[in-house]
Design a protein around this ligand. Structure first.
Ligand SMILES: Nc1ncnc2c1ncn2[C@@H]1O[C@H](COP(=O)(O)OP(=O)(O)OP(=O)(O)O)[C@@H](O)[C@H]1O
Ligand SMILES: [Mg+2]
Length: 220
């Protein structure tokens, strides 16, 4: 399966979702390729993978960097060699993101629950509408990311995401704002590997994993 974590807004949690899904999928026994398609050079999947290389023996995925329209040609070839490919793109409407969308099966769009981030989903909806004409198999999902642990801002945003964007299906698996998401990344670890264990964060990721791969998460 080819999965892209994207959107048109920075800082929503694309890289966090990409690396955690790549690690969980790899730990489940699948051969996973994590593609860094973010051309900006700060806090992307490659930086994380470099830290991870130093701290774990089994990285659980193979990491590469790809950019621009070449992605549309390279990814289908790589898809013959890997069980799953997860592509992390930057937070803007880039050639890399469009090229990835022409070949992907699933488009995951994490949305930070704020008015501004939610309005931007309108442009993502138009982008999906355009790309779907070329790639009819593409399924787009959005979910709350860095969501409030309590309060009703999540519900307000969820309602808008659920009702206003016909091209993007809202999935009810909020990834909440928890320290473990930052701390694990800083240590080159997935949330499922981090100690002390944060069961709530793991449950949230397991739910996202299930929506994405249509299978329960089970490390081998
Ligand atoms: N659920 C979360 N809880 C707490 N912090 C989070 C969570 N998700 C992401 N973060 C932190 O928020 C920041 C932005 O996250 P991340 O890099 O995943 O976003 P992004 O969408 O990839 O950003 P960019 O558009 O810059 O690529 C990072 O410092 C990350 O550690
Ligand atoms: Mg990122």
């Amino acid at each position: 399966m080819i999965i892209i974590c994207g959107g048109i807004k920075g800082g929503g949690g694309k890289t966090t979702s990409s690396i955690n899904l790549a690690i969980m999928r790899g730990l489940s026994g699948y051969d996973v390729l994590l593609v860094d398609a973010d051309s900006t050079d700060n806090g992307n999947a490659s930086d994380f993978s470099a830290i991870r290389d130093e701290v774990v023996e089994n990285k659980a995925y193979t990491a590469i960097k790809l950019n621009g329209k070449t992605i549309a040609k390279e990814i289908p070839k790589l898809a013959e060699k890997y069980d799953d490919i997860i592509i992390d793109v930057g937070g803007q409407d880039s050639v890399s993101q469009r090229a990835s969308l022409t070949v992907a099966d699933i488009f995951l769009v994490p949305v930070f629950p704020s008015s501004f981030d939610t309005w931007v989903v309108d442009s993502v909806n138009s982008l999906v509408e355009e790309v779907s004409a070329i790639n009819t198999k593409l399924k787009a999902f959005c979910y709350l990311s860095r969501a409030d642990v309590s309060g009703n801002q999540n519900d307000d945003t969820a309602k808008i995401l659920n009702e206003d964007y016909p091209e993007i299906e809202y999935i009810d698996c909020p990834i909440k704002n928890r320290k473990v998401f930052r701390n694990s990344v800083a240590q080159g670890l997935g949330v499922v590997e981090f100690k002390p264990k944060d069961s709530k964060a793991i449950e949230e990721l397991e739910k996202l994993y299930k929506f994405t791969f249509n299978e329960d998460y089970k490390a081998v």
